[in-house]
Design a protein around this ligand. Structure first.
Ligand code: FAD
Length: 456
């Protein structure tokens, strides 16, 4: 007997329930990844993620080969490709991870339709890309939690499933043809500081981070210059690491506030997944309408360009936007304050910012990106939707010595200490002549926001 494992956002061999179920059910399996032109057509396949994906596929193929198998890559609409592969090898089962987005749900439906009448059963597995399946826990009377804290309390009581060991051997039927793997160096327009992808790299990084940094996570995670978060988000995005394994290993590595604070962040991922699964249109539409009449892209074109390019004249905002372009990644605190600056200080639609982030973020994710943007814009699940982050206060608090700013804004390299956050106050030789003046007076931005939200 033969089973197909359809890989999507779960590019690993460790702790992989669909792979394990397929190996238990069949003598041979076909680990399959389909490059669907439909995904490209959505504009979602950005260069940074394509390059990281190529690394993940190469690493997965190498892991499977070391176990006697290989990864089969095909190009075409996913349902048709799965049906064709199943027919070629006489597979009777297809196993895959459940998806949380509208696209993921449509993909599952399409596969069910395509396989119906072929005698092939589709098995969709939960708890592969999230710890707790979206919809597994709900408050009474509604289909999802709209507030994080009660969700977290309920989530923390759910039993954690056991880990699935990585298989020792994987036998793939010889007759199934595959295409060459996509190569990272063929992808153009990649950020110069993009990290390398793949399960092996992710596991190395995880082990090092748990050993060296987890214990201090609670105290250090907001320190911009310290850069003390795990940076595991791209590996989680592509499923090169299992979130269930992360919870097990964080708790096993350390008992204390560091591990629990980290697990709580993983719960934020699950929280957003259950919101998006219940409300797939939240990828485009306001989760909660606040009557905003954001400035249009034409009206705010110059402000948007300055924000994107890191030329707003607010050093911590500019440092963050330049880090994003250089690395394809940004610290969470920096994401919060740059998103607040665009939406609440410049009063630009969150969708404009979310689109720019998705063009560059290596972990760029419809679920986490759109719902975090909505959280910051006050159209999402924040219980204090009118809060505004002041970039000078944020800079002084989370980069008190100004190291993060000096790392990314060379024009300010010679300005000492926290004074770097208010370059307009400097005089004499310390005042840089090539750094822009502030794009907007923060008090004006705040007043406009309050007026617009009717909170004068
Ligand atoms: P750590 O602090 O080490 O946290 C561990 C893991 O917990 C992360 O890897 C991530 O998977 C998860 N996590 C942490 N915070 C959040 C959160 N607020 N929401 C969801 N999951 C979280 N995260 C993405 O993975 N993809 C995105 O596209 C994305 N876009 C964002 C856009 C905005 C405007 C904001 C404010 C946040 C966004 N985040 C996104 C969430 C968060 O900023 C990143 O997950 C985090 O910075 C990744 O760094 P890390 O792995 O070092 O995090």
């Amino acid at each position: 007997t033969v089973a197909v494992v359809l890989y999507t956002s779960d590019l690993r061999v460790h702790d992989h329930p669909p792979l394990r179920a397929a190996l238990q059910a069949a003598d041979e399996v076909v680990p399959l990844f389909v490059r669907d032109p439909g995904v490209r057509a959505t504009g979602f396949a950005a260069p940074n993620r394509n390059a990281f994906l190529a690394d993940c596929l190469a690493d997965l193929d190498a892991s499977l080969r070391s176990r006697g198998g290989r990864l089969v890559v095909r190009t075409g609409p996913v349902a048709g490709q799965v049906r064709a592969v199943a027919a070629e090898c006489g597979a009777t089962e297809v196993h895959m991870a459940a998806g949380a987005t509208g696209y993921g749900h449509r993909r599952e439906e399409g596969l069910r339709d395509a396989l119906r009448g072929q005698g092939v059963e589709l098995h969709v597995h939960d708890s592969v890309t999230t710890v707790v399946a979206p919809g597994a826990v709900t408050p009474s009377g509604t289909d999802h939690y709209a507030v994080f804290t009660p969700y977290f309390r309920r989530w923390a009581r759910e039993p954690l499933r056991d880990l699935c060991p990585a298989p020792r051997t994987v036998r793939v039927p010889e007759a199934v043809r595959g295409e060459p793997l996509p190569a990272r160096d063929e992808v153009k327009g990649v950020s110069p500081g993009l990290p390398a992808g793949g399960e092996s790299r992710g596991r190395d990084r995880l082990t090092r981070w748990l050993r060296n940094d987890l214990a201090a996570y609670e105290d250090q995670h907001d320190d911009l210059a310290g850069d003390a978060t795990s940076r595991l988000s791209p590996y989680l995005h592509f499923g090169a690491l299992s979130p269930v394994e992360l919870v097990h290993r964080a708790r096993g590595a350390h008992t204390g506030p560091g591990a629990e604070a980290f697990v709580r962040q993983l719960c934020w991922r699950d929280f957003h997944h259950q919101v998006m699964a219940a409300r797939p249109d939240a990828s485009r539409r306001d989760y909660r309408t606040r009557g905003d009449r954001w400035r249009s892209e034409e009206e705010a074109a110059e402000d948007i360009a300055a924000w994107r390019d890191g030329r707003t004249g607010y050093p911590v905002v500019d440092a963050a936007m330049r880090q994003l372009r250089h690395e394809g990644w940004m610290h969470n605190r920096a994401r919060l304050l740059t998103a607040s600056f665009l939406t609440k200080t410049l009063y630009v639609d969150w969708r404009v910012g979310a689109r720019h982030f998705l063009e560059l973020l290596v972990d760029g994710d419809i679920v986490n990106n759109q719902l975090n943007w909505q959280w910051v814009a006050g159209t999402g699940t924040d219980t204090r939707p009118h809060r505004v982050l002041n970039p000078v206060v944020q800079g002084k608090r989370f980069d008190p010595r100004g190291e993060y700013v000096r790392r990314w804004v060379p024009e300010l390299r010679d300005v000492k200490d926290g004074r770097v956050h208010e370059p307009w106050r400097l005089s004499g030789p310390e005042r840089p002549d090539d750094y822009p003046e502030p794009l907007i007076d923060l008090a004006d931005g705040l007043a406009r926001f309050k007026r617009a939200r009717g909170r004068d």
